[in-house]
Design a protein. Structure first.
Length: 400
């Protein structure tokens, strides 16, 4: 009995000894496990010096740079032929419509007859002048003889008066002939002016393209009568040049300057068309608060007037340190980035510059090559210890 108690007591003592020995070992293992926990893994991306471009996007419509109205002031003539249609390319001087000249040719024939009549009248007047000059000379001689005889008392006073009257009458006929010549010459000048007018109208009956370009519209109809009130017969885009007429908010207008480069994407075209800011209109539309800008385009056969287009106007281009947009966090108006250095997060205030759809330029507060949290403010705060994982692409976010 005593031996059994002794054995039981020995067993209890042995168990207590083993328990005391195992407790410190377990505590040491727990402490080692706590020390083995690593800081969270965070994606970082290096700030890099890249080319940054500031731009404004505008939309508008393709229009002719210069539109030329083609018509004629010869009203009442019938259209006999058409030499161009909408969409055709024409050269300066091409006949694009012919009008009926028959009535004008009749007028020209009448004028030619009037010219011949005026020339005959001039010849007749010139002959009458020569005849009148002879009559004046004869009357002068007769008057001189009558004056001499009257002085000697050989002839009567009545004869002297008759000689004087004959002389005056001859001078009057001479003056009348001269006036008739002037009238005939004036009539000839009038006929010549009328002829030039009819010839000009005959020339205008062949409607010619005043410039090289593309026919935008044709209002002339075969058999139609030309009217002064019907508007132009054709509309031509001069030299086939088109441009983008776009609207822009008034707050962006001061940033634009002539000759800025532009990339224009025209509806239906895969590749953009290069252009330049040609004109910034000075007036703002009061109702919409929008201004207007004209953008000249490089020649492209696929461009059509009326096309919708979207243009990206390049304001400035320069090299600078940039980070992804997701790397910037804001506290009110202040922009911050989270720089990771030696595994510790350092939140810095930065000044920003050019921004595009993926990145933003950092003007101050960050150096080229420094690592920043790819998605700032989401998982870490200033002073946190992290395990940075550098990424080169724009895959942002934290790894848990």
């Amino acid at each position: 009995m005593r031996n059994r108690r002794t054995k039981l007591l020995a067993s209890v003592v042995l168990g207590l000894s083993l328990s005391c020995a195992l407790v410190p070992a377990a505590m040491a293992e727990d402490k080692t496990a706590v020390q083995a926990v690593k800081p969270p893994v965070i994606n970082v991306i290096p700030a890099a010096e890249t080319e940054m471009v500031a731009s404004i996007t505008v939309t508008g419509t393709i229009v002719p740079r210069q539109e030329v109205a083609v018509g004629t002031d010869v009203a009442g003539l019938i259209v006999l032929e058409l030499g161009a249609d909408q969409g055709d390319r024409v050269k300066e001087g091409d006949i694009i419509a012919r009008l009926d000249k028959s009535s004008l040719e009749i007028q020209l024939a009448q004028i030619e007859a009037q010219r011949a009549q005026a020339e005959a009248s001039i010849a007749q007047s010139e002959a009458q002048i020569v005849d009148a000059q002879i009559a004046v000379r004869q009357a002068q001689e007769a008057l001189d003889r009558a004056r001499a005889l009257s002085a000697k008392g050989i002839t009567s006073k009545a004869d002297f008066d008759n000689a004087t009257n004959a002389y005056d009458s001859a001078n009057a006929r001479l003056n009348t002939s001269r006036q008739a010549l002037v009238a005939s010459q004036s009539q000839l000048q009038l006929v010549a002016a009328q002829k030039r007018d009819v010839l000009l109208r005959i020339e205008k009956a062949d409607v010619k393209a005043p410039t090289t370009g593309v026919v935008l519209s044709r209002n002339a109809l075969l058999g139609g009568i030309v009217s002064m009130n019907a508007g132009p017969l054709f509309r031509i885009a001069r030299d086939g040049e088109f441009e983008l007429s776009a609207n822009i908010p008034e707050v962006d207008l001061p940033r634009l300057k002539p000759d800025m480069p532009v990339a224009v994407r025209v509806s239906g075209m895969e590749q953009p068309v290069a252009g330049r800011v040609r004109l910034i209109l000075p007036e703002i539309t009061a109702s919409s608060r929008l201004g207007a800008v004209k953008i000249s385009l490089e020649h492209n056969e696929a461009i059509r007037p009326g096309n919708f287009a979207r243009a990206v106007i390049e304001l400035t281009r320069r090299n600078g340190v940039s980070v992804p947009l997701s790397a910037v966090v804001y506290r009110g108006p202040t922009a911050l980035v989270q720089v990771v250095k030696d595994g510790v997060v350092d939140t810095r205030k930065v000044s920003l510059g050019i921004r595009n759809d993926r990145a933003v330029e950092v003007l101050d507060g960050l150096a080229d090559g420094e690592d920043v949290v790819a998605r700032a403010g989401t998982f870490v705060a200033n002073g946190d210890r992290v395990t940075p994982v550098r990424i080169s692409a724009e895959t942002t976010g934290a790894v848990q």
